[in-house]
Design a protein around this ligand. Structure first.
Ligand code: AMP
Length: 282
């Protein structure tokens, strides 16, 4: 399996293969891979002649130094997991310097307001960091298709906006959320939970499913109250936000409209570890 640690090596390899008019699929990740990441790779392998995965913990998208410092780094184990999907996958695992050339700062983006909701509100600068790294990786890899998880639904919408605003010739494909057997959305951050916390964190998805049921005949405000009450009764969990929003604009649902698609979004702290989840409400 090919593993490249510099843009230069990756680009010269891709230039050699893309001359043969192959389609390139790309899966950007921060590593500590789980079955959710591997499902994106499966999609890429199925639909492209060449598949590239990047493993890069992007410092500019972290607004919390402790979260960045504690982010799991498991490159060797990641490579073994990638091999189980296919050993033809190209791994790009650059250093911070190779990407940022000593200037580890974000470009500023206007994503037409998508960046001000939820994750953007609670993680200042996060989507400038995401925009910066995704744009840079697209320029390096030049993929035809790029695969992103719906787990980070706001990020998926923002990447689609980035591509349309900058006219980047890549198709952005959203892929379903993979969950642990108890319903907890798979996340690299789950590795930091104790087994007890991981078990109890099933409450997040359970509450989201209850919220979905309630939303059939209750208002967004009433459903939000229900979720807030549920977490108030659980001192091990600290609800950061729960929001029911229009999928397209990500603006909060004030009054339901039959013509809109809605989605619930949640961020919860478990012992300082921040977990997010989302569910379609239509
Ligand atoms: P990350 O390594 O957390 O930056 O995630 C890399 C990609 O994997 C992103 O597009 C995520 O949305 C996606 N992803 C993360 N967790 C899951 C999951 N549980 N199911 C599906 N995709 C996921």
């Amino acid at each position: 399996m090919l593993v490249f640690n510099t843009q230069l090596e990756l680009v010269s390899h891709l230039n050699a293969v893309s001359g043969k008019k192959t389609s390139v699929g790309f899966v950007p990740t921060m590593g500590a891979l789980h079955a959710g990441h591997l499902s994106l790779l499966e999609q890429s392998i199925k639909n492209n002649a060449v598949s590239v995965i990047s493993i890069f913990v992007n410092p500019t998208q972290f607004n919390n130094a402790e979260d960045l410092a504690k982010y799991p780094k498991t490159l060797e184990a990641d490579i073994q997991k990638i091999k189980t999907v296919s050993d033809t996958i190209i791994v790009f695992a650059p250093s911070v310097d190779d990407i940022y050339h000593g200037n580890t700062v974000s470009q500023h983006f206007d994503f037409d307001g998508l960046e001000h909701q939820m994750e953007g509100r609670f993680r200042p600068g996060h989507f400038d960091g995401v925009g910066t790294i995704v744009k840079r990786l697209f320029e390096i890899v030049k993929p035809d298709n790029a695969y992103f998880g719906e787990k980070d639904f706001q990020q998926l919408q923002i990447v689609k906006k980035l591509v349309s605003k900058y006219k980047i010739p890549v198709k952005v494909i959203g892929c379903p959320i993979f969950r642990e057997p108890n319903g907890l959305a798979m996340s690299s951050r789950n590795e930091r939970l104790s087994s007890e916390e991981r078990k109890n964190a099933a409450i997040i998805y359970k509450t989201m499913k209850q919220a979905k049921k309630l939303f059939a005949n209750k208002s967004a405000k009433e459903v939000t109250k229900f979720v807030e009450r549920t977490f108030q009764g659980n001192p091990d969990f600290e609800l950061e936000y729960f929001q029911i929003a229009d999928e397209a604009t990500l603006l909060p649902c004030i009054r339901k409209s039959g013509s809109k698609k809605y989605r619930a979004f949640i961020a919860v702290f478990v012992n300082k570890i921040r977990l997010i989840d989302t569910i379609s409400l239509n």
